[in-house]
Write a protein that binds this ligand. Structure first.
Ligand SMILES: Cc1ncc(COP(=O)(O)O)c(C=O)c1O
Length: 405
C-alpha cells in the first residue's frame, strides 16, 4: 500500500539538515512508521533521535536561536514523534499531550460554550466522564448516539452542532462506524469530524483518508505498544484546527514529556509487525471463544456474526486486537478473570502482553448503569487485549480458565 507524503521533523523544516531527508513522498506505510519525522541527530549522527531532556535552549544572541526557545513550546524528541505520527495518519501536523484524555480535552477547546457535539454512545468511559463531568460545566452539550446507525446519527445533529466525535471500533463492544458515510453527513452540515483511532491503530484504519478532519490516539496503547508510557496525540489537516492546536498545546501546557515521546517513537517503528501478530492471535482466540459452549456471546469484527463484519472488512486492514465476550453471569465472568494465569488482569490495551479486564468495574465504572445497559456493557462482559505471545499458550490459558466455570 502506498502512503501519502511523509511529514518531516521541524529541525528539517528549519533547514538544519535539509539534505538528509531520505523518505520519498510515496514511501510505503511500514517504511513511514520507521523513518518519518526523524533524521540522524545533527550533532552526532546518532540514528535514534535522542531524549532531549531539557527545559530550555541557549540562544546565540538576542532573538537568534535554533528554532527552540522553551521546553513546553518545543522539544526535538516530541517534534520527531509528532512528525512521525502525522505521517503515519496521513495528516498535516500532530500535537502530543500528556495522556489520551489530555489530547481529547485539547481538541474540545476548539469549541465554545453553547456548542453541541454528537458522540458515539459506546465511547471509552473516561471520555464520557470528561464530557459529562468536566466539559458540560463549561457550557458544551453532548448527545450520545449509535454512530453505526446512519439515520440515528443524522437525526442527532442540531443547529448548534459543531463536532462529531466518533470512536470506531468502540470500547468495549467493538461496533463499527462507516467513516466516509458519517463524515459526509457531518460535512454537509459544516460539522468537524474527530475520530478516536486508539482501538484500531493506524495500521488497521486511517480515518483522515476516510474523511475525518482530526484523529486522536491514546498513545498509551498500540502506538507505544509496550505498556511503559502514558500519552496522547492529535493529528489535524485543516489550517484552522492545526493553528489552534499548536497554540493550545503551548497555552494550556499539557504536553508529552521527552522520555514518553521517545518511548512512543520506538514503538511506532514496530507497529506494523506487532499489529499483524495482534490480529492473527485475536482472530484465532475469537473463533475459539465463539465455538466454546460456556461463552454466551462474542464481540469481534472479524467474526461473520458481527453486525458490521462487511463494513469492517471494507474499512479496516485486519479486525483489531480486542475481543469482548459475555459469560452469562457476573459470577462466570469473575471465575474466568480470576483463573487466567498468563493473561494479566489489568486495565489498558495494545501492549505486547495479553491483558484481560472487566469493563463494568474497570474501564467503564464511571458510565452510569442505565447507559451501560443501553450500549451492551453488561456485568458479565469480559474484554481481552490480545498480545503477541505464542497463540497456543494464550488458548491453553483461556481453556483452563473456562473449564473452571
Ligand atoms: C479508546 C480510548 N480513548 C482514549 C483513552 C484515554 O487515554 P489515556 O488513558 O492515555 O488518557 C483510552 C484509554 O483507555 C481509550 O481506550
Amino acid at each position: 500500500m502506498r502512503h501519502r507524503a511523509a511529514v518531516i521533523a521541524p529541525s528539517i523544516a528549519l533547514g538544519v539538515r535539509s539534505t538528509i531527508v531520505k523518505l520519498r513522498d510515496n514511501a510505503r506505510f511500514d517504511t513511514v512508521c520507521i523513518h518519518a519525522g526523524q533524521v540522524p541527530d545533527p550533532s552526532t549522527g546518532a540514528i535514534i533521535t535522542p531524549i532531549y531532556q531539557t527545559s530550555t535552549y541557549v540562544q546565540d544572541g538576542l532573538g537568534v536561536h535554533k528554532g527552540y526557545e522553551y521546553g513546553r513550546t518545543h522539544n526535538p524528541t516530541r517534534a520527531a514523534l509528532e512528525g512521525n505520527i502525522a505521517a503515519i495518519e496521513s495528516g498535516r501536523e500532530a500535537f502530543a499531550f500528556a495522556s489520551g484524555l489530555a489530547a481529547t480535552r485539547a481538541v474540545m477547546t476548539l469549541l465554545q460554550a453553547g456548542d453541541h457535539v454528537v458522540v458515539t454512545d459506546n465511547t471509552y468511559g473516561g471520555t464520557y466522564r470528561l464530557f459529562e463531568r468536566v466539559l458540560r460545566k463549561g457550557g458544551l452539550d453532548f448527545s450520545y448516539v449509535d454512530t453505526s446507525d446512519l439515520d440515528a446519527t443524522a437525526s442527532a445533529f442540531k443547529p448548534n452542532t459543531k463536532m462529531l466525535f466518533v470512536e470506531t471500533p468502540t470500547n468495549p463492544v467493538l461496533r463499527i462506524t462507516d467513516l466516509p458515510a458519517v463524515s459526509a453527513l457531518a460535512h454537509d452540515r459544516g460539522v468537524a469530524v474527530v475520530v478516536d483511532n486508539t482501538f484500531a491503530s493506524p495500521y488497521a484504519q486511517r480515518p483522515i483518508e476516510l474523511g475525518a478532519d482530526m484523529v486522536l490516539h491514546s498513545t498509551t496503547k498500540f502506538l507505544n505498544g509496550h505498556s511503559d508510557s502514558v500519552g496522547g496525540i492529535v493529528v489535524s489537516v485543516r489550517d484552522d484546527h492545526t493553528d489552534w492546536l499548536r497554540f493550545v498545546q503551548n497555552a494550556e501546557g499539557g504536553i508529552m514529556g521527552p522520555m514518553d515521546a521517545w518511548l512512543v517513537l520506538r514503538g511506532t517503528k514496530t507497529l506494523p509487525i506487532r499489529m499483524e501478530r495482534h490480529h492473527a492471535n485475536a482472530e484465532r482466540i475469537a473463533a475459539f471463544l465463539a465455538s466454546h459452549p460456556k461463552v454466551k456471546l462474542v464481540h469481534y469484527p472479524g467474526l461473520p456474526t458481527h453486525p458490521q463484519h462487511e463494513l469492517a472488512r471494507r474499512q479496516m486492514r485486519g479486525f483489531g486486537g480486542l475481543i469482548a465476550f459475555a459469560m452469562g453471569t457476573l459470577e462466570n465472568a469473575r471465575t474466568v478473570l480470576n483463573s487466567v494465569r498468563l493473561m494479566a488482569l489489568a486495565e489498558s490495551l495494545g501492549g505486547v502482553e495479553t491483558l484481560i479486564s472487566h469493563p463494568v468495574s474497570m474501564t467503564h465504572a464511571s458510565v452510569p448503569y442505565d447507559h451501560r445497559q443501553e450500549i451492551g456493557v453488561t456485568d458479565d462482559l469480559v474484554r481481552i487485549s490480545v498480545g503477541i505471545e505464542d497463540c497456543d499458550d494464550l488458548l491453553e490459558d483461556l481453556a483452563q480458565a473456562l473449564d473452571r466455570v
